[in-house]
Design a binder for this molecule. Structure first.
Ligand code: CDP
Ligand code: MG
Length: 140
């Protein structure tokens, strides 16, 4: 295992319900360190670029509307095996399938409004971090 960084978003359904601290507590309790974090309100075009890998999927337009509907918290999480560990803390995409104790099992409202995003591989983590943060903003 190596020290890794992954990219995370606390989504609009969670910021609306004032869950930023509760979700961050789950990351920190599991040993991930928040090495960069900011609250932003994306335009639909910015959300569309971030999710462009999904542009042919039927949920794409609704996803981009949702992600630009309210502020989000974008963050970089660092730790041993951070990418896989964060996916575990998040739980399955559909909260109905998410393991007990995961963020999505506890907080997600639906498969679309599912409280958190987390990178799925080292390449996407690097791309996603670079989309939102400059090197000087990453403070390990
Ligand atoms: O976020 P995750 O990597 O678990 O799932 P994804 O397959 O990469 O999908 C990205 C996001 O699209 C999900 O987190 C949901 O917000 C949304 N989605 C949706 O609205 N309906 C689906 N059937 C699948 C995903
Ligand atoms: Mg994904």
């Amino acid at each position: 295992m190596a020290l890794e960084r992954t990219f995370s978003i606390i989504k609009p359904d969670a910021t609306r319900r004032n869950l930023t601290g509760a979700i961050n507590a789950k990351f920190e309790e599991a040993g991930l360190r928040i090495v960069a974090q900011k609250r932003i309100h994306m335009t639909k075009a910015q959300a569309g670029k971030f999710y462009e890998v999904h542009q042919e999927r039927p949920f794409y337009d609704e996803l981009c509307e949702f992600m630009s509907s309210a502020p989000v918290v974008v963050q970089v999480l660092e730790g041993e095996d951070a990418i896989a560990k964060n996916r575990e803390i998040m739980g399955a995409t559909n909260p109905a399938d998410a393991a007990p104790g995961t963020v999505r099992a506890e907080f997600a409202e639906s498969v679309g409004e599912n409280s958190v995003h987390g990178s799925d591989a080292p390449e996407t983590a690097a791309q996603e971090i670079a989309y939102f943060f400059s090197g000087i903003e990453l403070v390990g």
